[in-house]
Design a protein around this ligand. Structure first.
Ligand code: SF4
Length: 265
């Protein structure tokens, strides 16, 4: 007789906390954030470079929004994460659960087990924030998601190029009737032809999908890891680029990161 081994799902996390969403379609809503470790991209403007590698510990808020963090070791077993979410989920407080990172889709085996459980426990909608470049992994958890904020990385700003994967990814979200929006970080170095290509990519899937142009929040000198600092675009550039994209898609909004203005996580 062969012994049966069951692998218990675990995840490498950065932090779990409650905060006001500062980006995209859900801006201003209250979410329980689960920030996953690891990212396979290296965007020049990244404000979460601390997520690129998996640390030996993660931070977990004891009471939602109070920043009274406890430190726990990584990786985190699934039932423990469920307990932490249960503790965060006070009545009438949160609008949804945000899976963020890093790149949450690098944890798809864990998410497949975790999402149905957390959903039936909290009844909260599940929102995925992603680099939008891993359609194969997305397909595995689509049934458990309610909304997706998909980054579309402009090579001129991020130094990453994933046009084909972005197109597949957006199509998958759209065909699954998820609430999806596209987020594009813009800087003073944005190549307008890439904005035109992005607008056409979205229009090709469905012109009604909203696009959020997010002027980059310049990082402090100590946080920069590229030689040339990434600077916010000039106001006239933003006006010009929004007008350019609106020739192809009607819903192009310009929204900077509001959580930084509120001094939030
Ligand atoms: S995808 Fe997000 S976490 Fe990864 S490098 Fe880009 S900005 Fe940073």
């Amino acid at each position: 007789m062969t012994a049966q081994t069951t692998v218990k799902p675990t995840a490498r996390l950065i932090e779990v906390f409650s905060a006001i969403q500062g980006e995209g379609l859900n801006v201003g809503t209250r979410q329980i954030f689960i920030r996953f470790a690891l990212c396979d991209l290296r965007c020049g403007f990244c404000d979460s470079a601390h997520t690129w590698n998996a640390p030996s510990t993660c931070k977990v808020e004891r009471s939602p929004g109070l920043r009274d963090f406890e430190i726990h070791s990584n990786p985190v077993p699934l039932p423990i994460l469920i307990e932490w979410i249960e503790r965060q989920n006070l009545p009438c407080l949160h609008d949804s659960i945000s899976l963020t990172g890093g790149e949450p889709l690098l944890h798809v085996a864990f998410l497949k087990e975790f999402l149905p459980q957390v959903r039936s426990l909290t009844n909260l909608p599940i929102y995925l924030e992603t680099g939008g470049h891993r359609p194969e992994q997305l397909a595995l958890i689509l049934p458990y998601l309610d909304s997706v904020g998909m980054d579309l990385k402009l090579p001129s700003v991020s130094c990453e190029s994933h046009w084909e994967q972005h197109a597949k990814f957006l199509e998958l979200c759209h065909n699954s009737h998820l609430d999806v929006f596209v987020k594009i970080i813009i800087s003073d170095r944005t190549d307008p032809s890439e904005l035109e290509r992005s607008a056409l990519l979205v229009a090709n899937v469905n012109p009604e999908i909203p696009i959020f142009l997010q002027p980059v929040t310049p990082l402090a000198a100590s946080e920069q890891f590229t030689q040339t600092p990434v600077l916010a675009p000039a106001p006239e550039q933003v006006l010009m680029w929004q007008a350019l994209m609106k020739r192809f898609v009607p819903h192009v909004r310009v929204v900077p990161q509001t959580h930084k203005m509120l001094n939030q996580l």
